[in-house]
Structure formats: C-alpha cells, structure tokens
Design a protein around this ligand. Structure first.
Ligand SMILES: Nc1nc2c(ncn2[C@@H]2O[C@H](COP(=O)(O)OP(=O)(O)OP(=O)(O)O)[C@@H](O)[C@H]2O)c(=O)[nH]1
Length: 585
C-alpha cells in the first residue's frame, strides 16, 4: 500500500510509478542479486520505506570499491562465495581489460539485521575523474555513501573530490579504511587524515580488508544504522521514447495529469575535450553512425555534433569528459560494435570574442565556442581568445613537491593553495589551463612522483589567452587529424615535438617526406624522413610463387589500414602515438 501511496505523492523512483506517456511499462529492478530471489520471486512492494537503504561506494581509483562490492554481494548471498568473484559488477570488456570501473552499476541486496529483512540498493561507481559524472548521477539516487580509502595510500585527489560531491548532496558519509591486510597499511594515519581533511571523527571509520573479507559485515551494519530513511527505490523504466534526448538525466516523472514538485536534478555533463571522429572508409559511415547512436544511449555524457572535413569526409565532432573517457568510448566502439575510426587531435572548447558587428551578425553571436581547430577564427576577426581553466588538486608525499611545482609552472598553472594533510603529505591547489593537462599531465605527474601523486580537477570557467592555430604538413599537405590550437608561447616547442614524434612513427617510403609545423604560412619546425623501399619479397629466396603472392596480398591488406595525406601513406596508429605525447614538449 505504501508504494501506491508514495507513487501518488510522487515520492517514488520512476520504475514503480506508471510513467507519463502512453507506451510506458513499469517494473522492478531486474538485477536483484539474491539467493532467495533465485528460488522465489521477492515482492519488492513488501519492503516498508524504513527497511530500504540506497547507497553508493565512492573512492579514489583502485582503492577497492569493486572488491568491496564483491564481498557485499557474497555476504548477502547474492552471489556464491568463490575465488573467481573479482570485480563482479565490472561487466564491460573495457572495464575488465583496464581493471577500472567505467559505468556505475547497481545491485539490490537483501540483508537480515536484528531479525528484520532489509533491501539495500548498492551503486558501484567509477573512481577516475573522467567518470565523475557517473558518480554525481549515482549520488543523486542515494542517501548515503561508503567513502573507501586505501590504508596504505591514504586520502588521494579523487577521495577529496568524491567526498565533496557526497557532502554537497548532504548524504551520510561512512568512511571505510580498506586494505588493512597490506604490509604497509597504516589505518591510524589515514584515520587522522580523514579527521583533518573531512572533519569526520576518527572513530566513525570502519577498518576492513575487502580482499580477505575482514570486518566487512560491520560495513553492512553501518549502512543500516547510519544511513537515514527516504521514500525511494532504484529501478528501471521502459518508456516509448524514440530518442535519448527526450529524457534528460535528472528529469522528474509523474503520473499523467498529476504534476508534482520536480526534483532539483543536477548539473549536466560538460564536455572537456572534443575530437573529430570519422569512419576509416566512408562506406562505413552508416554503420558507424548507428554504433555511435547506440553507444551514446548507454553513455549520455558524450556530446555529438555532425561534422565534415575535406580530407576525412563526413563524420562527427564528439565531446568527452576527458581523454580516458575518449579512449574508452573508442575502445567500446571497436569491441562492442566492431567499428574502426579515425580520431583527430583532442581539443578543449576555446572561445573567441568577435571584433565587429558584421561578424557577430554572421555568427549570430558575440562570443563563439570553437570545438574544431579547423574553424579557429583568424586574429583579425577577434578582440580576444579565451581558454577553459580548471582547479586542480594534487596530493603528494612532500619529497616530490618541488618537482611537481616545476611541472605545474611549465604547464602555465597558478598556485592557489598548499596544505599538509599529515606530517609528510601535501595537498596543492592550482589553476590550470585545461589544454595543458588534458593529454598527458597525469602521466608526467605520476612518473616524476614515482606513482605516488594523485590528481583531480574541476571546472573553473575561462581566462584570456594568446592562442594560435598550428598546422602539421606532410610534403606540403595538411594533416587534418593534427590541426591544433596552442598557446603562442608554446607553439614552437609543441610544433617541434609533434614533428619529431611523427618522424619516429612514420615508416620510410619510396620518397623523402618533409614533416613541417606551420603557423599560417610561417614554418616553425621541420623534420625529414629519408626515402626507403620496403621489399616484401626480400625474404623469398627461390621462386615459390604462392608464397610470393601471399606476401604481396598481406602487404596490400596492410595498406588498407593506411591513411593517405597527399602522397604520403600514414599508418593509423602513427597519429595516436603523436597525440599521446605531444603536449609536454
Ligand atoms: N591487499 C588488498 N588488496 C585489495 C583490497 N581491496 C582491493 N584490493 C586490490 O586493489 C585493486 C583495486 O581494486 P578494485 O576493487 O578494482 O578498485 P576500484 O576502487 O573498484 O577501482 P576503480 O573501479 O577502477 O575505481 C585490485 O587489485 C584489488 O584486488 C584489500 O582489502 N587488500
């Protein structure tokens, strides 16, 4: 009865209430992990509100969220206890291969506590900054979180970011110190950090080993005791919608003709990097289009605009939350949809303030956002360029602080704050131009701190910047994938580095190849690849014609994977190698 009553009041999660529209069907969560559930159908409506808990697990990457989820699933009998239960909720191939969570996953657990049956709806969330959108979505469906912190590594940058997401959402926060079994674990030190940075009394921390299952039961007890009560359920809604844009995440659904006070919703995902995506072969356009549509249904944080280029044909410009997000999307396209694509240099969304009324009329705006470097307006049309900036948080052992400060300076960052979170760990806050960190800042930070420093960032608006468009040419033809916008002071070093990288990744061909970086007509860097002929038949002694034919066929197949820029043949992965390492030079 409470379900009907709550639905009438608009208090329920959508799957239990009939949705607006005609072709809507409602049902209970289909991922009810319960041993009991396997034998008999559990009537979800028999759970009074006070016996339901909706909670999320949040943490810095690799601190053990998915492992803790495995133990919770086992402890509640949702899955059988076996040695093979490793990151059970990480289902995507890309998640298993990379060992990271990309999509938040839900599971409903049934748990008997002090004679009462409870329904615990668990959401396992990703830890990487690129997927924090998934975290904020998950949190809006919860009343509490388990904030997992590694007992050896202590508080890291994403621990701080995730804590504040939960704190701002006014959720109950249960700190869980994990991996106490590790030789170097120091749970007491981490407890003090939690007290200092988050102002949570140390005795509220639960110390566990998710791997061994030590003390995990106390986590479930705390979920029941410390997380408040709230009308709500996690579930699914099947509606007759044709297009993903018809429903925005955060929408409130209500009974037809009985509007309710809408839920506040939350900030929509804001793409941080854009890249062009084109089919390797234009005949693949429709297949790729359908693959992108299906994948964005599953990941609505990707923004899609149609785009076209003279060299690459018809394609799209996609907006991602970060570079890892872009790589994962690309990998999912390949693995789940067998699609093969060309990706252009990722760029951040720059802005330009137009200089004349005529231009403003032409663009229908005073200030334009540039997500495609090929459309970067010339300086004569612009009064100023603006670049996006982010507030970055770095947590590091203090012995690396000096080197990190130098790295930040080289990336044009401005220091905003510095504080010790314990005797030898420092938290630094810097304002970074987004394009300085988007490609490989994290890798540089990790390598100069022997892997100990962590990094997270949040959007901080725009600042004025002196920007220029840079072309890369192969024997005089522009490489569309590598057109980029750079800060004026960095043009020479970035151009030189791209040319050098490209030289290393281009195979020699029958003629000499000139690799050039140019600002307009001005060449600022050049490298040369010497001529060479690859004789695939060199290994064929004697006259075995079938063997010769086989080798020639293999060479022809290899050529299909090449892209032609002017007269130069470029292997697809050559650009990716260049993109991955370009920004630090
Ligand atoms: N020794 C030890 N290792 C653990 C424990 N919990 C997790 N691990 C290991 O830590 C690594 C990361 O664990 P995950 O559960 O994948 O971490 P995560 O936080 O879910 O990672 P993301 O989903 O990528 O953010 C794995 O190798 C786990 O086996 C623990 O209690 N003790």
């Amino acid at each position: 009865a409470w379900v009907t009553e709550a639905a009438r009041k608009g208090l329920l999660w959508p799957h239990l209430a009939p949705a607006r529209g005609t072709a809507a069907e409602a049902r209970a969560p289909d991922r009810c992990y319960s041993s009991a559930d396997r034998k008999e159908k559990i009537d979800m409506s028999c759970f009074p509100v006070e016996n339901i808990r909706n909670f999320s697990i949040i943490a810095h990457v690799d601190h053990g969220k998915s492992t803790l989820a495995d133990r919770l699933l086992e402890l509640t009998g949702a899955i059988d206890k076996t040695k093979n239960n490793k990151q059970v909720l990480d289902k995507l191939q890309v998640e298993r291969e990379r060992g990271i969570t990309v999509k938040a996953q839900t599971a409903s657990l049934f748990y008997n506590y002090e004679g009462k049956q409870y329904l615990l709806n668990l959401i396992d969330t990703p830890g990487h900054v690129d997927f924090s959108y998934e975290v904020s979505r998950s949190l809006s469906a919860c009343q509490g979180v388990l904030l997992v912190v590694d007992a050896n590594e202590g508080i890291q940058a994403q621990t701080v970011a995730n804590f504040f997401l939960a704190f701002e959402a006014q959720l109950s926060i249960i700190p869980v110190i994990n991996k106490i079994d590790l030789k170097n674990a120091d749970p007491e030190r981490v407890e003090k950090q939690i007290e200092k940075v988050f102002d949570i009394p140390g005795d509220e921390c639960i110390k566990i080993s998710a791997k061994l299952g030590t003390n995990v039961e106390s986590v479930l007890d705390a979920v029941i005791k410390r997380i408040p009560l709230y009308a709500g359920q996690v579930g699914y809604l099947i509606a007759g919608m044709k297009d993903v844009t018809e429903a925005q995440i955060g929408d409130t659904l209500y009974l037809h003709k009985q509007p309710v006070e809408p839920l506040p919703g939350f900030k929509s995902a804001k793409p941080m990097v854009f890249a062009g995506m084109y089919p390797v072969d234009q005949s693949e356009y429709n297949n790729l289009k359908s693959a992108i549509e299906k994948l964005t249904l599953n990941d609505s944080s990707v923004v899609v605009h149609r785009d076209s280029s003279l060299a690459l044909g018809a394609g799209w410009r996609l907006g991602f939350l970060g570079l890892l997000h872009m790589e994962v999307f690309n990998q999912r396209l390949e693995q789940e949809y067998n699609a093969s694509v060309i990706l252009t240099t990722p760029t951040v969304p720059y802005k330009a303030v137009l200089s004349s009324a005529k231009l403003m009329k032409e663009y229908r705006e005073k200030e334009i956002t540039i997500i495609n470097p090929a459309q970067f307006p010339d300086k004569s049309k612009v009064t100023e360029y603006l670049e996006p900036v982010v507030l970055g948080t770095i947590i590091t052992p203090d012995e690396y602080t000096g080197k990190i400060m130098m790295l930040c300076q080289a990336r044009r960052a401005v220091q905003k704050n510095m504080m010790y979170i314990d005797q030898n760990r420092v938290m630094l806050k810097y304002l970074f131009p987004l394009n300085e960190i988007v490609v490989d800042f994290y890798d540089s930070l990790k390598s100069l701190s022997s892997g100990y420093a962590s990094f997270d960032y949040e959007d901080a608006g725009y600042q004025t910047a002196e920007l220029v468009k840079m072309d890369i040419l192969l024997n005089g033809s522009i490489v569309e994938e590598l057109v980029t916008v750079v800060h004026k002071d960095k043009a020479y070093s970035v151009g030189k580095a791209i040319c050098e990288r490209l030289k290393d990744s281009l195979p020699r061909q029958l003629f000499e190849i000139a690799i050039q970086a140019a600002l307009g007509s001005k060449i600022i860097a050049r490298e040369t690849v010497k001529a060479y002929r690859k004789n695939v038949l060199a290994k064929c002694y004697g006259g075995d014609i079938t063997r010769k034919m086989k080798l020639l066929k293999r060479q022809a197949e290899g050529k299909k994977k090449l892209r032609k820029v002017g007269n130069v043949e470029v292997p697809k992965d050559a650009f990716i190698k260049v993109l991955k390492t370009q920004s630090d030079k």
